[in-house]
Design a protein around this ligand. Structure first.
Ligand code: ADP
Ligand code: PEP
Ligand code: K
Ligand code: MG
Length: 565
């Protein structure tokens, strides 16, 4: 059997010109025939067409409620026109400063695409409340904020500081780090450590780094389970701060390197995340691809729709060593610069970031740049110039998303920090678009099936055409989100309207560069899909007659160029 695939290139105004391109393809195994030619849109733009909405109930064509788009995105589209919508996505860590409904709403209004909860902190009940509030926000206020659950991982960290929000360690002070369990109050200048082997693994003379070097100690004496240390770099100790130790200038990886990436507590948290139906699970301190594959098969077995994406956090030496296979196995990655900067020399973090961002794009996986983007805004209402430059660099690298940690979790200015990320993203994106100075990136083929390779070629071509023809928007009709991700990977000049039938796919698309996710029920008939979309979007003033659009879909492998009628 030989199936011919036609690319339907149709222009509606000026007068329709058909430029069919035929390619002779070997028999595909996973394809159903997609060579049906489309009738002209112009000939049949009847407003009487009835289409099925979400529940199978026929909805009139002009019913604007049968398309769902984020209310903030909608306002942004109307206000600035869609060429200038923000392409870089924003992730906010939710903590005590932002867990209330109104606070979460303020973040959503400010552009939060994904809410992250860090299982290292807070109770499961607390996290459940946050998840419920985000859900309610989406439901009641028309947002599509995705939820990312971040595991604690088998890291060594301090205890809870007996309930204090922070304690100051001064230069020269002697502190005791202990694995002993203290039942009531902690003795003065004592820190609890969560790792049993701590006292055995450290040696006198080792350097102990809190939070990757925010505070430093030198080990001066070991007494059973207690390790006495002298503070050499004073600073604030925060609850559950991460601990690393260094010997003769390099990171010590003793037995803790043998701890499992996913601890028993993490598995319980993962069960909780699956039960709650979170959209992303981020895995801390990933060392190899196996752990990701293992988790993915666990999720597939446990969750009915198994549509939770797994994000690999790149924050250790091992993860850098096995970078390619880890990213390949995962559904996305995070440049977790906090811990990464404690495991490799700080001056190597920028090049590692660049490499991870590039590789993710080549392998078609979304990538988040995280930690300390606007660290000073935890305390101050304006960022430092250096922080703005750092954010700009991540935007210029065209990472999919930027993340706030302490700035939004426990800082004094969460909304202001988000505003900075938003405005810097918009400005830098526009600057680089105007200058057309992006280096072209070679995008290797990522598809394993022949049909995927066709999709890839279609998306690469559509994105190139969109740039050359300076179209207003790319439209993609996608059931699984795959075609949308392939378009996003090309980082085209125009925004990508991604239409998908499933709410969870729509939320997950929210992490990817340049995608404006809509939920819409659609059929295999592209003509009626397009007619319907145009009518719905026009009814909401999101597009207007004459706008130039390129449409692709994963049901019908075609590229269509058209003016909105
Ligand atoms: N659920 C929470 N409950 C209390 N504090 C939190 C919570 N989430 C985050 N925080 C605070 O925000 C800080 C920054 O968050 P994050 O970077 O995610 O964690 P960490 O500092 O442990 O890497 C944390 O150190 C902690 O003080
Ligand atoms: C994002 C990170 O992980 P966490 O905040 O969980 O330590 C990081 O280390 O940069
Ligand atoms: K974590
Ligand atoms: Mg970390």
């Amino acid at each position: 059997m030989s199936v011919s695939h036609s690319l339907n290139l149709r222009l509606f105004a000026p007068p329709p010109t058909a430029i069919p391109t035929h390619a002779s393809l070997p028999p595909p195994t996973l394809l159903f025939p997609r060579h049906r030619r489309l009738p002209s849109l112009r000939a049949s733009s009847s407003p009487e067409i009835l289409v099925s909405d979400n529940n199978g109930v026929p909805a009139p064509l002009s019913d604007p409620s049968s398309i769902e788009v984020d209310s903030v995105t909608e306002a942004e589209l109307k206000e600035n026109g869609f060429r200038s919508t923000r392409r870089t996505k924003l992730v906010c860590t939710v903590g005590p400063a932002t867990c209330g409904f109104e606070q979460l709403e303020a973040l959503a209004v400010g552009g939060m695409n994904v809410a992250r909860i860090n299982m290292c902190h807070g109770t499961r009940e607390w996290h459940k409340e946050v998840i419920d509030r985000v859900r309610r926000l989406n439901h009641e206020k028309g947002f599509a904020v995705a939820i990312m659950m971040d595991t604690e991982g088998s890291e060594i960290h301090m205890g809870d500081l007996g309930g204090a929000s922070s304690v100051k360690a001064d230069d020269g002070e002697i502190w005791t780090f202990s694995v002993r369990a203290f039942d009531s109050t902690l003795p003065q200048h004592t820190i609890n450590v969560n790792y049993e082997g701590f006292a055995e693994d450290v040696q006198v003379g080792d350097e102990l780094l809190v939070d990757g070097g925010m505070v430093r100690f030198e080990v001066i004496q070991k007494i059973g389970p207690d390790v006495e240390c002298r503070c050499t770099d004073p600073g604030l100790l925060l609850p559950r701060a991460n601990l690393t130790f260094w010997r003769n200038g390099s990171l010590v990886r003793e037995r803790n390197a043998m701890l499992p990436t996913i601890s028993s507590k993490d598995w319980l948290d993962i069960d909780f995340g699956i039960a709650e139906g979170v959209d992303f699970i981020a895995i801390s301190f990933v060392k190899s691809a196996e752990v990701i594959t293992h988790l993915k098969s666990y999720i597939a077995a446990r969750s009915r729709d198994s549509d939770i994406s797994v994000i690999a956090k790149i924050e250790s030496i091992d993860s850098l060593k096995n970078l390619e296979e880890i990213i390949q196995a995962a559904d996305g990655a995070m440049v977790a610069r906090g811990d990464l900067g404690a495991q490799i020399p700080l001056e190597q973090v920028p090049s590692a970031q660049q490499r991870i961002v590039q590789l993710c794009r080549q392998l078609n996986k979304p990538v988040i740049v995280a930690s300390q983007l606007l660290e000073s805004m935890i305390e101050y209402p304006t960022p430092t110039r250096a922080e703005v430059a750092d954010v700009s660099e991540a935007v210029r690298q065209r990472a999919d998303a930027l993340m706030l940690s302490g700035e939004s979790a426990m800082g004094q200015y969460p909304e202001k920090a988000l505003t900075v990320l938003r405005s810097v993203s918009l400005r830098i994106e526009k600057w680089w678009r105007d200058e057309k100075r992006y280096e072209a990136m070679l995008l290797p083929s990522v598809g394993s099936y022949f049909s995927e390779k066709i999709s890839e070629e279609i998306c690469n071509s559509a994105a190139k055409m969109a740039n050359n023809l300076e179209v207003d928007a790319l439209f993609v009709y996608t059931k699984t989100g795959y075609m949308a991700s392939l378009l996003s990977r090309c980082r085209p000049d125009c925004p990508i309207f991604a239409f998908t039938t499933t709410p969870s796919v729509r939320r997950r698309l929210n992490l990817q560069w340049g995608l404006i996710p809509f939920r819409l029920s659609f059929s295999d008939d592209m003509e009626s899909n397009l007619n319907r979309t145009f009518a719905l979007l026009k009814a909401r003033n999101l597009i207007k007659s004459g706008d130039l659009v390129i449409a692709v879909s994963d049901m019908l492998q075609s590229i269509q160029v058209m003016n909105v009628p």
